[in-house]
Design a binder for this molecule. Structure first.
Ligand SMILES: Cc1cc2nc3c(=O)[nH]c(=O)nc-3n(C[C@H](O)[C@H](O)[C@H](O)COP(=O)(O)OP(=O)(O)OC[C@H]3O[C@@H](n4cnc5c(N)ncnc54)[C@H](O)[C@@H]3O)c2cc1C
Length: 473
């Protein structure tokens, strides 16, 4: 193998001899890729087309033994590294520029135990892999709402989706986590074994090692569930949101709702003259008893006269794929988030103003109605801190042309900055925005849990070889 130039933890560039790389390669069941190798360009690509990084090496792991070899290698040579699972974090943190990527994306097996209602999920699995395996048993794990995204990144930083109000965040449904620690040891962290590590991994992400598998508790979700898709004109947004805010404050926890500010999509069932108009779309899922479905969902479908109501009953697996088409690989994306405590006139004015001026028709600003089970768990129960807020705003700037990049990023930052002045705060690391103001973002994401998290980081990764999405040390 040819020698390779690679960056170290202290930001120097060193050369690794071919023999060292051949030794690493021989240890793997998977393979080792470097610039110029077949498959290298495909393996360095992530979902966000804005990210174009060239790692020096990619270890495409096929199991825990490969991950142990890769971790030992980065520790011995003190290399800059990153961990890649689904490759969907908008920040592109999964790929270390001129470092070594530990890529688990080919480890995608899922084993369901229907009697115990648990699933062991390898860390490269996508949500769709998990949904596919649990669906035959009318079981589901609470994960996110787009089936092509990765289980690992989602879960390690929280995980919100259609079951959050009923069953909590993805991390709230973990029984154990199998992880290769920075020392290269395979550990199963749970409430009884390495409880400090188990606490830290649930929110603290890739700072504590490379996860090889998650064990989830599953819940019964019987199909069909009720899908709500009701498109309202933005002119009516104030009336709609005023109703929804009140309605959701006493709605059953089986009802989850996202109010999405943006444009009327070009979809079958929507008149051509309406397509592209400023809109507020309610996306929801009711997964409770069928007899009550109509009574619970119908008030949201006719708050005022909608442009279109496309609500329908769907199988759970179909529900999980509902939004897949809206997020193609390689398009340009810049996402930020903030939590809100209240939706008042000021919030509604800010949202409406920025929606009208958004540079791209594909952009949405999504208000997630939280609370329920997620909010009942104390903030100190896991490393994930921001549980007390009633709403999360995901600002999703999505566009096609690189010429429009500056306008779209500036727009998202301006909206975020206006929302920062309103009651709420914090940051959701699965929609992280800029990660460069490290201390500020750490504080916004981990709040009072940060000091405890730093202590656990120092215990498990004293040399700080695992950077995570955001380096906690
Ligand atoms: C289209 C789309 C829809 C989304 N919908 C939702 C949603 O409904 N709910 C929600 O909560 N979020 C959602 N997200 C956010 C998404 O969950 C995060 O971007 C998440 O980080 C993606 O996980 P991944 O495995 O694909 O990430 P990657 O980009 O592969 O990894 C992100 C980071 O996670 C860490 N990591 C990944 N794998 C491991 C591992 N095996 N061991 C240790 N650390 C690891 C690393 O620090 C890595 O840098 C969505 C994102 C997209 C793009």
């Amino acid at each position: 193998m040819n020698r390779v130039k690679i960056e170290t933890l202290d930001e120097k560039v060193i050369e690794l001899e071919g023999g060292i790389l051949t030794d690493l390669s021989n240890e793997l069941r998977g393979n080792l890729l470097k610039i110029g190798d077949e498959g290298y360009d495909e393996a360095r690509k992530v979902w966000n087309g804005l990210i174009d990084k060239k790692p020096a090496l990619i270890v495409r792991a096929l199991g825990p033994a490969d991950v142990i070899s890769a971790v030992n290698f980065i520790r011995e040579h003190q290399l800059k590294s990153s961990i890649r699972a689904g490759g969907h974090n908008v920040s592109g943190a999964a790929i270390a520029e001129q470092g070594l990527v530990i890529d688990v994306s080919r480890m995608r097996s899922v084993h369901v135990n229907p009697e115990e209602k648990t699933a062991v999920v390898e860390s490269g699995a996508l949500l769709g892999d998990l949904d596919h395996e649990t669906a035959p048993f009318d079981l589901a794990a609470p994960v996110g709402v787009v089936s092509q995204t990765g289980v690992a990144g989602l879960t390690l930083h929280g995980g919100v989706g259609w079951l959050t109000r009923k069953h909590g965040l993805s991390i709230d449904n973990l029984k154990s986590i199998e992880v290769v620690t920075p020392k290269g040891e395979l550990v199963r962290a749970s409430a009884d074994n390495h409880p400090d590590l188990f606490w830290a991994l649930r929110g603290g992400g890739g700072n504590f090692g490379v996860i090889t598998a998650f064990e989830f508790n599953l819940h019964t979700v019987k199909s069909p569930v009720s899908v709500i898709i009701t498109v309202y004109s933005l002119d009516k947004a104030d009336s709609v949101m005023t109703f929804v805010r009140k309605y959701m404050s006493s709605a059953p926890e089986e009802l989850m709702l996202i109010a999405s500010y943006g444009r009327v999509p070009a979809m079958p069932g929507i008149a051509e003259e309406d397509q592209g108009r400023p809109a507020l779309i309610l996306f929801g899922c009711y997964s409770g008893p069928k007899e009550q479905a109509e009574e619970i969902t119908s008030p949201l479908q006719s708050i005022v006269e909608p442009i279109a109501d496309l609500s329908y009953p769907a199988a759970w697996k179909e529900m999980q794929q509902l939004l897949d088409e809206d997020y193609p690989d390689g398009k340009l994306y810049y996402w930020k988030s903030i939590y809100l405590d209240r939706i008042n006139d000021e919030v509604l004015d800010v949202l409406e103003k920025h929606t009208r001026s958004q540079p791209s028709p594909d952009t949405t600003t999504d208000i997630w109605f939280l609370g329920g089970s997620m909010g009942r768990i104390p903030a100190e129960a896991t490393a994930f801190f921001n549980r007390q807020h009633s709403y999360m705003v995901g600002i999703e700037a999505n566009w096609e042309d690189t010429d429009d990049t500056e306008a779209n990023i500036s727009w998202a930052r301006a909206l975020h900055s206006d929302l920062e002045k309103l009651p709420g705060g914090g940051r959701y690391l699965n929609f992280p925005g800029d990660l460069d103001k490290r201390e500020l973002v750490l504080r916004a994401a981990y709040g009072d849990n940060l000091e405890r998290l730093k202590k656990i980081k120092a215990k498990y990764d004293p040399d700080n070889i695992m950077p995570g999405l955001l380096n906690i040390s």
